[in-house]
Design a protein around this ligand. Sequence first.
Ligand SMILES: [Zn+2]
Length: 945
Amino acid sequence: MHNFKHYSTLLVCFLLALFFGQPMLSQNTDGKICRSEEQMELLYQANPSSRAEQRILSRLVNSSEEIQRRDPGASYVIPVVFHVFGTTFNSGTVVNDALIKDALMKTNEDFHGLNAKYSTIAPPFDVIKTPLDVTFRLAQLDPQGNPTSGIMYYPEAGGMGNYDSPVVAQVAWDNSKYMNVYITRDLYNDGDYYNSGVAWLPDTYMTNNNTARVVYNGSYLGTNTDDNFRSILTHEFGHFLDLHHTFRGGICNNNPLDGDEVADTPSHINNSSGTNCQVIYNCLNQQINNENFMDYTDCYKMFTRGQVDRMVNALDNSPARNTLWTASNLAATGLDVELGPRIIASNSFFEERYLNDGVVESVIELMATEANFALAAGEYEEGLHYIANNVPVGMTMKISASNSTRAIVALEGISENHQAINTVSDLEIVFLDPMIEGGVSLLYADTLSNLVVNFSDVYTEACQPTIGYSGYTYISNVTFDGRSNETINNYFSDYTEELSYPVIPGATYPLSVTTNRGDGGDPDNLRIQVWIDWNSNFVFEDSELVASQAYNNRETDGDGDYTYTTDIQIPADVDLGKIAIRVMAHFVMGTDGDTACSYIDSGEVEDYGLNILDESTELTVEFSGNPKAVNFSEPVSFADLSIPDAGDSISSWLWTFEGASTPTSTDQNPKNIFYTEGGEFDVTLEVTTTNGKVGTLTKPDYIKSELRYCETSPDYGSYFSVNNVILEDISHNPGKSNYYDYFDSVTTDLAAGMTYPMTITSELGDGGINDYNRVKVWADWNYDSEFSESELLIDRLVSGEDYDENGNYTFTADILVPYGASVGKRVALRVIGHYEDGFTGPCGSFDSGNAIDYGIDIVSGVSGITALATSSSEEFSFTEPLVFTDRSSSSSAITNWEWTFEGGTPASFAGQNPPEITYDEPGIYSYSLTVTNAEGETGSYTGSV
Ligand SMILES: [Zn+2]
């Protein structure tokens, strides 16, 4: 099954819940928690003054002026527009007008204290529960002043939860007039359909940029989820009105300015998800308000007095909110009167199609509301039923009846002028009496004004496809005319500059594409497709599809590879110059991959270049290297792209690689060239032809090499984190629930050949007591930009019984700087604390926890031998075997290992890797390791478990 990954993740969470009664991510089965705090930080990074604005607004809440001014009876109406991307959501749920209206009504009830659970609030909070008289209403007039439903539908798209999503402002309605709510299934465009919602607090920078918003997963709207979880929409609206999470900052104290900055919500370190609405207390023994909309909880019911004061303050005093509810804005958005009979347009835009050829395929649907159209079927006649003004030259407007309340407006023909500058923004439809039953005088307005026809400029780059998942099938090699490019899976790669293969019109060249099935299952059907942009318009038209090969994973070989080979015939009449090839490999599902710009569920896309040269071209020396920016352990592949004269051929190659560990090569396409020092380096290629011609090309500073470590980060926050690290000069509390880089700021000297104690404290956070977590530590001793397997220093299991009453666990382990470590260099020490969900290596994402890099300056260089061994656990159940690992180091090869295990079976072992050791009875036991090297030097280490 293709999406097995998701089901299996859910299954694991579900099983954890069954076995331990305390699920780690209880809302995971319904939807994940909101990342509002993290997204606010991204705003502050983009616009630092936003932090000051937020602080000033917070401070106003309790100022005497604001308290005096505050009108407890004030009521607010906020015009809202929903932008809905796709209509099908998780488990086949659907989002339509009725669902949105119902969800909005229920959120209004939440704010007004009208939900059924409002009368069942726990005593300490029942007395401070407070309604807010705010009503969120779908706008009735759009920014053009035309009647609207306040709900706009678009094709499926995602990512609006990312702070810098480009989609948001594109479709936004003026943020000073409308609250914009985006409905999508994939909040962060990462193929994860289980994030519930996210929102930003009031901020004028976002409002001015039309990016203020709530983003919400349609799977969790109204009746698409259970009655508790649908209140996450209320939670997000709370953020929009300036409320923080009640557990913000993970602190527990009585300072009203800490945490959520609201005095009457007791602070708490962890959210209340999974506590089943039981009464729970914070570290000060205060009962937590786990029925608050701004917690993550199983029982959403209320806001407090303090929270309502804070929301009123934002509504009154934030320039990003106080324009929304004014009388003039309610008039502008149609919320001050009943509009009566009206014609609503589904949207106000026509869009030129992607082919950029002046054709418009998008339509506008007209909906007669409290009125009827004259026809139930057939076409309306221009001049008789309506008049269209300002239609682009070359096009005609056509209106056809769907039924007596619906009609479709289309623009037919081809616009004569269709550059961006030709965009029309005053298209108008005037309805005439015969079109409306009872005549147009009944209507709120007889004209739809200021409709837009959007045209695009000629493209300068090709579209980027959207790819949901990685790992199922990917392109592992593309070979064109004998020049091959081996690649890993990274969604979309653009090699059009680096790998632009020379070709001559009329000639034929072999192309092979090799894919690897990755994690894909046997029954998966896949497809390899290739387009070539022959007419160089940056559009891969259907007519430019040059290869399409369907296959099944059962056809892959023992390594999971499948290779497809075809001939590419270059048309004799193609224009000279550079054009692009698109290679796509994808899992076949629905209409995925039917065009070169389609969404594909999983797979990979790679673009290459063709350089179409004149047949009479003289010897041209050209080459490329890939990648051009590397760390010390990434290989560079070079490709010769030279073209000999007609009738000649290249017979030898001489490459010179400045700064590389391989200084020269005579291969045509050298691979695995490493640059192990930082710098920018020249590359030179000299070619000699059969006819004795010699050509040379040098590209100065072509390859850039730098010490650069792989990226890593947790997918989720707050479950388990390392919170303190002590190693020589380092004594540090790192950030939690994320990746932090202290390579330059938190460092220590360590000497090669010396052993140091390293003390690490980790905390349980919001994780369940039955979760297994792990702390791992690596150091890049050999300064090659990589954390290799032999550079894993600590691998410590942390389980429930290890924690103290504060949820902390501290352990000390010895680490040994090897004799061969790179003296004089600063290398990275990487510490990762993670929930034990499969293997976590030093790179990539992992389930939850934190990752930290520190700097180690390696000093001195002595020779000798030092023994060191570690155990897989410090405290352990005596029924489980222990694993011991040799971590000794010597300046010459170690030739002998002697282990002893007091109380263990076996009690001794000769060799580097002892078997698992078992113990019959509980107790504290010592173990020892003695090592001998080729020089006859010995070292001993004794530890205990
Ligand atoms: Zn939130």
